[in-house]
Ligand binder design. Structure first.
Ligand SMILES: NC(=O)c1ccc[n+]([C@@H]2O[C@H](COP(=O)([O-])OP(=O)(O)OC[C@H]3O[C@@H](n4cnc5c(N)ncnc54)[C@H](OP(=O)(O)O)[C@@H]3O)[C@@H](O)[C@H]2O)c1
Length: 324
């Protein structure tokens, strides 16, 4: 059995979920995949924070100690672009495979990071960066190999959907947002969620996998302007308001559009509630394929991170082709 050492960067919502899941699933993963996963180091900022279920001996505040230690996979669950980007670059330069849930980093610097990964013959796993537990990245990377994708449309931001669902049940916007934050669904900077930026970043990642074409048009509107009155009026009419994100092939490239939409009660997306996500991929030959599931939260997101770690552990020298 091969021992696979993991340096975990970040032990917040998803990081703690990852620690819990590795602990819980290690025997099954060893029996099924013949790899023994071990978390060797955990990078954090604040040594005094309570972290139930986490072995304090693994904690370090030194990014260099965590990344430069002998490890096979660096799992980046810090978020943000600057520190996370520096750590991921260092890991790649050191010849480490990387798994990340960081859509902001990939949407902004994906091309550079994937080129660096290819040059260093390492992989970057990023399933968890879009739609939490839903395996949309795998589906786009392999299941549609024989078809041309025409469009991708979905409810892809768990925080916005949770807020809109709470508002339908009578909560105020601020109360619903703080509830989403308490449950660990929201980004550290929640404006990325509510202004639609997070959804647009996810669509950029999906578009880069689905279309061999540049994004030539992007329109992004979040849910900040959706009023309780509009939600109530929609509800009385039997409708629902959802933040809908769409990427489609147009002349000269790809168009991305993110905006709140009032949807008929029978619409697939009208029935997506709370932190759940639904994505519809339309293929020229295959027609519509629908994927649904939890788009945020500790364990659902950690399950996608862990799937990437296992895939890399099983075939460590396979590179991931990708371009934004
Ligand atoms: N939350 C979700 O449901 C979800 C879903 C999908 C994807 N994601 C993505 O997953 C990533 C992590 O999200 P999260 O919700 O788990 O974030 P989080 O709860 O804010 O946790 C971030 C962790 O990173 C550590 N950290 C932050 N900056 C650091 C630095 N400069 N040096 C060392 N440690 C640092 C923090 O340390 P301290 O604990 O010491 O403060 C904390 O442990 C993000 O990229 C996010 O977009 C999250």
């Amino acid at each position: 059995m091969r021992r696979v050492g993991i340096a975990l960067l970040g032990c917040g919502t998803v990081g703690r979920g990852f620690v819990e899941l590795v602990e819980r699933e290690r025997p099954r993963i060893a029996a099924r995949h013949d790899v023994d996963l071990r978390i060797d180091r955990i990078l954090i900022r604040d040594n005094d924070k309570e972290r139930a279920g986490v072995d304090r001996r693994l904690l370090t505040r030194s990014a260099i100690a965590a990344i430069d230690d002998e490890c096979d996979v660096v799992v980046e669950l810090i978020g943000g672009v600057h520190s996370a980007g520096a750590f991921v670059r260092r890991a790649i330069a050191n010849g480490r495979n990387v798994v990340t849930a960081n859509k902001a980093l990939l949407a902004m610097n994906g091309a550079e990071l994937f080129n660096a990964a290819a040059a260093n013959d390492v992989s970057i796993g990023f399933e968890a960066s879009v739609c939490g537990a839903i395996p949309i990245v795998r589906v786009l990377k392999s299941a549609f190999a024989g078809d041309e994708i025409e469009s991708i449309e979905g409810v892809v931001n768990g925080t916005c959907n949770f807020i809109l669902s709470c508002m339908e049940r009578g909560s105020a916007f601020a109360e619903a947002l703080s509830c989403a934050q308490e449950r660990g669904f929201a980004e550290a900077d929640a404006t990325l969620d509510v202004d639609g930026v997070d959804a647009a970043q996810k669509m950029r990642i999906l578009a880069s996998l689905a279309f061999d074409a540049p994004v030539v048009r992007e329109s992004v509107v979040g849910i900040r302007g959706v009023t309780p009155h509009e939600i109530e009026r929609a509800r009385i009419g039997g409708n629902s308001i959802r933040l809908v994100a769409r990427a489609e092939r147009i002349a000269g490239g790809v168009a991305i559009d993110v905006a709140p939409r009032e949807l008929d009660a029978n619409h697939l997306f009208a029935n997506v509630r709370d932190e759940n996500n639904t994505v519809v991929v339309r293929g020229r030959a295959s027609g519509e394929i629908v994927l649904s599931g939890k788009g945020a939260g500790a364990l659902p997101t950690a399950s996608a991170v862990l799937a990437d770690v296992i895939e890399i552990a099983k075939s460590p020298s396979r590179r991931t082709a990708y371009a934004i």
